[in-house]
Ligand binder design. Sequence first.
Ligand SMILES: *Cc1c(COP(=O)(O)O)cnc(C)c1O
Length: 383
Amino acid sequence: MLDLIRRIGLASEQRFILGEHTLRFEAVLRESLDPLGPTGPGGAPGAPGAVDVIACGSGTAALTLTLTAMGVGPGDEVVVPAFGCAPLAASVVGVGATPVFADIDPYTMVADPHEVERRITHRTAVVMPAHVFSVMADMPRFVEIARRRGVRLLEDSAVAQGGVLAGTPAGLWGEAGVFSFVQVKTLGMPGEGGAVVTRDADLGRRVRMLRNHGQDGTRRFVHHVIGHNSRFDEIQAAFQVHRMAGLAERLQRRAAIAEYYTQRFAPLVERGVVPPPPGRDGRCFYVYTLLAAARDKLRAHLLARGVHTHVYYPRPLPRQAAFARFTRPGDHWPNAERASARILSLPAYPHLSDAQVEHIADAVCAFQGFDAADGRAPEETSP
Ligand SMILES: *Cc1c(COP(=O)(O)O)cnc(C)c1O
């Protein structure tokens, strides 16, 4: 990083945004998604169906730019998962549209396609499933639903870079997908960044204009549309190109850690602990998440043994004050409620040593209180 700062900072052009390094990073991402191009070797970017990647300011910005490029706005509804991070709903509100929350699958915790479909109305413009934790959303079902119901499909693949479901990489299932490079993500970096990926050349062109104040990249100060400042940093882009080389290996290490946990936790299933589904297809090991009724006690037990955990997320989105006004009377999300009371994420980052991974698994297995909660988490008993 220090070398890159020196090299880019002292180069004669002194270009710190949207220069050759951003172009290179976009090309590297494109190749990682589509190694042979749409027509085999020689398939050039820009050819019909070729993957386009547009680096931008953040994962949230990637969602906003894509929704804007799709023409989503006031009067439109976007169906999003009830369980996930705030940008899922905030990006929709930000373009003037209305988020509609769909319940999740109780086991995989991704949006339940049936729950999404039953919330589609004549106002629905887009369905926006998200991959979460360790599991990719059921994209084949969402592709089918979007086609049959005539709505657009935006894939929030912010946590799933490198994941593959039935041969198709995360990001390429919808009309567009997004990545985030905020530090906690699998290709995190020391700063903010994101990307839009799409096979739709026209959508890609619009996103590219929107990320830099509506200019088309050929002439400055000619604004075709009202855009944003969502440009990519050259030093970060050069750093990301460097880091991409090790991504596959780091993802392998995460997957191996997850596999080990799932195998160690198999005996706990009878005691009400739910680890993520095994296997590698349609998996993304951003975090390793299990469900346990006595979540808070387990968390304290692990902390006492030096294992720090996270609760992603303690509350479903429609239960957040920020989004409560977008809920419909009578709508409810029992699986999202249940998940937020039980979910716990264990460390799964690639630099953990084997001994640390064993210690974490041992600490979970040594917990005695799994059955004590009688299947009910404390949160569920309060009004
Ligand atoms: C991280 C994340 C985002 C937002 O990315 P930022 O780069 O933090 O703006 C959006 N959606 C999901 C599912 C995420 O995990």
